[in-house]
Design a protein around this ligand. Structure first.
Ligand SMILES: Nc1ncnc2c1ncn2[C@@H]1O[C@H](COP(=O)(O)OP(=O)(O)OP(=O)(O)O)[C@@H](O)[C@H]1O
Length: 418
């Protein structure tokens, strides 16, 4: 998206303030279709859009945008007040989806998006009640902080004095009122994102579109801006679409997560289920879980890439039958290297017994595996094991790649393979 954002910086700055973006410029419905809807310049901004109008209503339908390698074709359902995280690998189309809804990228004719039941194109951008914040804030560098925030209300037809009063109030709400007179080009990253939030809020949006708004900030600033954003979103009952690569953002700010893969929605789940029941590989890795394909060999043992993993500490889905393909989901913090064992993987000496049907039941709680590599995970080091599991490691006693180790799972889930 970088190129598009750069050329659209004025529109992006204005998107939070309701100025025309790409798709309104590209036409859309004729005058009759829009008769009951607010228009640019008809004073809608001064009165605010009446409740029950598009601003208060959900967004739903297909967003279609052709891209270089694929066509984004994402079905979306955002109910009023709902907060949704959009996650996916780099280049999966997350920013394209947001840019399309912000009016910064033209939607293809095949799109069927509606806002409150009205066709998207029939509603002028400034009447959609959408605020947009990009990773780098996109403030107008030649304006003061106050004038950046006043831009939206001013464009919507408010007087200069009124617009500045609104701006001052918004800056106070996000706790950067002391910067009102500063040049926008002189503020820090954290301040810039708060000002961008104030600017979006000054247009009284009902939906906020946030494209990795905390990603360029240092840890302290990102915590502060995230908390202020959460505060405002909740206090105002805003709907939210948040593009993020950060589990904390999703958990703190959203109720629901959609996963994009090559422009398609491949999974939608509640945020609280991210660490419990992610179906896609991306959602599992986003949640920090190892996702290990294996086979339920007995009712007490799963085999995975040569490792024979006892199911002690593992919650097994009731529908799984012996012999079925399964997925073991485990957070690295719940997988411990108990010592560097010896011998071949699988020949691990657990106390095993054979039941009447010839199935092997394991009584041991640990098993042998091999360290494939060490991987960084934020501030922690993890061991990637041959089975596919990730284990926490003591940074004072890092195992060697290739070492045979004993592993104990304290908590994990075993689900049917998708
Ligand atoms: N203006 C454009 N025209 C055509 N293709 C584009 C344009 N901008 C981006 N793309 C391509 O569209 C695809 C999706 O890009 P997009 O920026 O939406 O992905 P993303 O999921 O937001 O990625 P990231 O996580 O890296 O920000 C990529 O293949 C990208 O190269």
């Amino acid at each position: 998206m970088a190129g598009e954002r750069a050329v659209s910086s004025v529109a992006a700055g204005a998107a939070g303030s309701g100025a025309a973006g790409a798709d309104s410029a590209s036409g859309g419905a004729g005058p009759d279709e829009r008769a009951d809807l607010p228009r640019a310049g008809d004073g809608a901004g001064e009165r605010g859009i009446a409740s029950g109008g598009p601003r208060d209503s959900g967004i739903s339908g297909r967003v279609v945008v052709p891209r270089d390698r694929f066509t984004l074709d994402a079905s979306l359902e955002l109910r009023p007040g709902e907060r949704v995280a959009i996650i996916g690998a780099n280049g999966s189309g997350k920013s394209t989806l947001l840019a399309g809804l912000a009016g910064l990228t033209e939607l293809a004719r095949a799109s069927t998006v509606t806002l409150g039941g009205h066709p998207w194109r029939s509603i002028p951008v400034e009447a959609r009640g959408i605020g947009f914040i990009a990773q780098d804030g996109l403030l107008f560098p030649h304006l003061s902080v106050l004038d950046n925030v006043a831009f939206g209300p001013r464009s919507a037809g408010r007087s200069r004095r009124e617009s500045r009063e609104i701006a001052a109030r918004m800056l106070e709400e996000v706790r950067v009122d002391h910067l009102a007179g500063a040049a926008a080009s002189s503020v820090s990253g954290g301040e810039r994102q708060r000002i961008a939030l104030a600017r979006a809020l000054a247009t009284e949006p009902s939906t906020l579109l946030l494209d990795e708004p905390f990603a360029a900030l240092d840890v302290d600033a990102s915590v502060e801006v995230r908390e202020i954003t959460a505060e405002q979103v909740r206090a105002r009952g805003l709907s939210l679409l948040l593009v993020t690569h950060d589990l904390v953002d999703a958990v703190r700010l959203t109720d629901c997560v959609i996963v994009l893969e090559s422009g398609k929605v491949v999974e939608r789940l509640e945020t609280r289920d991210l660490q419990r029941a992610p179906a896609s590989a991306f959602a599992a890795s986003f949640a920090g879980l190892a996702r290990v394909p294996g086979t339920l060999a007995t009712d007490a043992l799963v085999t995975a890439s040569g490792a024979r993993i006892p199911l002690r500490g593992v919650e097994v889905d009731r529908s799984l039958r012996v012999g079925a393909s399964a997925l073991l989901l485990a957070a690295p913090d719940h997988v411990e290297l108990v010592d560097s064992g010896r011998g071949a993987v699988g020949g691990d000496g657990e106390a095993a017994r054979t039941d009447a049907g010839g199935n092997v039941a394991m009584s041991a709680s640990s098993f042998a595996d091999a360290v494939e590599s060490l991987v960084g995970d934020g501030s922690a080091v993890r061991a990637r094991l041959r089975s596919g599991l990730l284990a926490r490691v003591d940074s004072e006693r890092l195992p060697q790649a290739g070492a045979i180790v004993r592993v104990r799972i304290h908590h994990a889930r075993l689900r049917p393979a998708p």
